[in-house]
Design a binder for this molecule. Sequence first.
Ligand code: SIN
Length: 279
Amino acid sequence: MGMTITKLSDHTGAEVTGIDLTKPVDAETQARLNQAFAEHSVLVIRDQHMDPHRVLTAVQLFGEVFIQHNTRFALPECPQIHYISNQDKFPDGTRYIPGEGYHTDHSNDARPPKATVLFAVTLPDRGGDTQYVNMHRAYETLPAAVQERIADLKAIHVYQNSHSTRKLMGLTEAAKERVPNAVLHPIVRTHPETGRKAIYINPIRIEGILGLSHTEALPLLDYLLEHAVREEHQYRHRWRKGDLAMWDNRCLLHKANGDYDMNQLRYLYRVMLKGSVPN
Ligand code: SIN
């Protein structure tokens, strides 16, 4: 049976069936997969059977592996692959749900990862979906006056900003030395493969906007986020065991949902792919 690519919603996401990524993939199939990724922003490759090393090999069909900032989640047997689990706790004993709250990954890097890939190993019986927001659609549906207002603005991205209510797990000492203190990225970025514009914001990482006071910047960022996350811009992914899902951090926000029975394990492998300087 050949590979089939089917849209998952009218604006975001496609599922891929009929391919086993543990087998060699020819150049034509690789090109189709990369084209589908650029077009649909989320690719869900179904029914895969993979250990971390196989995930690592498979994702290199789409690009080079990006070294994730917080090495505390690296798998000892394959450190470029990290894990996502609902069983970790903050130092104060409260549960840590990685990725709760809309964000785009590692935007505090000068070259943020173009893609993040998760492989579903163990899932709760229900819940734990990942929600995506299409930031092209969000940009394109902004009033023209707002598009003009944000056209040349640059945001200051840090590991964790001073005003977000969401908490991140602290960086290890070694990671602190590698991770930049602050980087500037445009609030409107152009997708390097499709040429489409997208809003590029990150509620937990943007400390402020260059040249604007907090009293000007924060309401503007809140407005952009509220506009972006409207239901009509969302695709909600309900995971199946064996899904290898990858998403485009250049034009999406995403969040994990901690809405399930926490006595059940939710465990996925996670890896990212290198991106370019946003512009
Ligand atoms: C993430 O934000 O990378 C994790 C998303 C998820 O667990 O659904």
